[in-house]
Design a protein. Structure first.
Lengths: 232, 292
């Protein structure tokens, strides 16, 4: 198992959002997480990545306890997180974004890894001297995904990569996620509102309601959205 | 014409001090989003440290070095002890602001208890008057202008050409994302305070040479630190630098027609005028987002 979460409780200051979540992920697996707004999906990712200290419970990464570990340590261990919305540095150029996300690594590694990102997203190479904030919405999302790849993560947390994008761009971003999983064999925990997109990408699904897992299991491609409504 | 040129030179020399105050406070604010009112205390600490070291027998140059070190240590201590604790306790901006004012007043009072309330001056700067036609200025004015120009250039070079400089720009641009990619933002907050304090110390040193240090200098310094930042646009260091020079020029040229006792008021007129015409400041595109 690459990730095991046991009875995770967490939230913001005095507000409890997660009420004892437990699940696990295997190597190379893509797990989709869906739920209403305010269900606790983003809080879950932030707690797993170390941006929010968990209140109770345990997070194991390759059987090592990483509960409450700081993001910088998690990044070094091969865990990456793409936040919701603008997961980039809008005032830095595309190349500076890649450089800075490779912080602490040598120039040769930076070159190799930025080349990997450019292979996946050729448009970013064309725009490498452009300020990231001036890229289109779809290009910005590609940039965000590209940044998470710079440390060659084995486990990626992606928070709503389709948010605010046109349907055609959403398709493209999802195809990129499938390609990343195929090429790098990394595990991806994907938070999405868009169930149809989750179905395309994920092999397993977790449904969260009010900070609790109400359904988890293998995602049947024939599963209809309406069949999941009973959990909401 | 000669008078205008004379006032311009006077304005640029004082504007250089405002430039240093603006970029030092602006850098700290852009990186940490902390309304660091205690920057005025750093200014006073730097000024009185220079005086203290000179009283111990150090040369003017060594007193300057000592003053920079004292300012950097003080700035880092305020961040490391006070602000970091308040952030951990989820203190609101208002609480941080009040704590910063408290720090400024406490430091000023402690210095008054230790050094007295009379004006302290630094000796040993060989003032030489330079005359070009009917326009006169002294070598201290040249030093002020050159110091501000060189420090601003070095800061921009550091922010754009070095790894840690780029990391600072990343923290300014998107602090949450900086954490996400593994940048320990606490270290960079400390670095911003160290750099900001380092930049304000020469301004304190030069002001102490020119007009002497008094304990209420901190209040004056903080006013002239945030005015260029707001006029230039929050997050824009070139904006703060230019605004510092504009304030200096406006104050100096203003006294051509208005009595010098209203000089401070002129700076506020510029501030209010810019706020009405361009609320985001001269180079500000967005509030809270950095554009260095």
């Amino acid at each position: 198992m690459i990730l095991e979460v046991k009875n995770l409780v967490g939230g913001y200051q005095n507000k409890r959002v997660l009420h004892g979540l437990s699940f696990s992920m295997g190597d190379g697996e893509v797990v989709g997480t869906i739920g209403h707004n305010g269900a606790g999906k983003t809080t879950l990712l932030k707690s797993l990545f170390g941006l929010l200290p968990p209140w109770e419970g345990q997070i194991l990464f390759r059987s090592h306890d990483i509960t409450g570990r700081k993001p910088d340590s998690n990044v070094k261990e091969g865990i990456a997180y793409m936040p919701q919305g603008q997961g980039l540095f809008p005032d830095l150029t595309v190349m500076e974004n890649l450089e800075i996300s490779c912080f602490g690594l040598d120039r040769k590694t930076l070159k190799k890894r930025s080349q990997q990102v450019f292979e996946l997203f050729p448009i970013l190479e064309e725009r490498k001297r452009q300020r990231a904030g001036t890229l289109s919405g779809g290009e910005q999302r590609m940039m965000s995904v590209g940044l998470t790849l710079m440390h060659e993560p084995t486990l990626m947390f992606l928070d709503e990569p389709s948010l605010g994008l046109a349907p055609r761009i959403v398709q493209l971003v999802m195809e990129n996620i499938i390609e990343i999983n195929r090429r790098f064999k990394n595990s991806i925990l994907l938070v999405e509102q868009n169930f149809e997109q989750v179905k395309r990408v994920a092999g397993k699904i977790i449904v969260i309601k009010l900070g609790q897992i109400v359904f988890s299991g293998i995602l049947d491609p024939a599963l209809d959205k309406r069949e999941l409504w009973k959990y909401f | 014409m000669d008078l205008l040129l004379q006032l311009t030179i006077n304005g640029l020399s004082m504007g250089s001090i405002y430039l240093l105050l603006g970029i030092s406070w602006g850098l700290i604010f852009a990186v940490t989003r902390t309304f660091h009112f205690a920057h005025g205390a750093t200014f006073v600490v730097a000024a009185y440290s220079a005086y203290f070291f000179q009283q111990l027998g150090f040369s003017l140059i060594l007193a300057a070095v000592g003053s920079v070190l004292a300012a950097v240590l003080f700035g880092m201590a305020v961040e490391g002890i006070l602000y970091r604790y308040l952030r951990k306790a989820f203190a609101s901006h208002l609480v941080v602001f009040v704590a910063a004012i408290g720090t400024l007043i406490t430091v000023e009072n402690l210095i008054a208890m230790g050094f007295g309330t009379d004006v302290k001056t630094l000796e040993g700067f060989p003032i030489k008057v330079i005359k070009i036609g009917k326009v006169g200025f002294n070598n201290l004015h040249v030093v002020m202008f050159a110091t501000a120009g060189i420090l601003f250039f070095l800061l921009m070079l550091y922010l754009h050409r070095t790894k840690t400089g780029k990391a600072l720009r990343a923290v300014i641009s998107n602090p949450e994302m900086a954490e996400v990619i593994g940048i320990d933002t606490r270290k960079y907050f400390l670095l911003a305070f160290a750099l900001g304090s380092l930049l304000v110390a020469p301004a304190a040193f030069l002001v102490t040479i020119e007009r002497g240090a008094t304990i209420d200098l901190g209040h004056w310094a903080i006013l002239y630190a945030f005015m260029p930042v707001i006029i230039g646009g929050i997050g824009s260091l070139p904006g703060a630098a230019l605004a510092g020079l504009i304030i200096g020029l406006a104050e100096s040229i203003g006294i051509w027609k208005i009595s010098s006792q209203w000089q401070v008021g002129i700076a506020f007129v510029v501030l209010v005028a810019v706020m009405i015409l361009k609320p985001t400041g001269l180079f500000g595109f967005r509030v809270y987002r950095g554009k260095i």
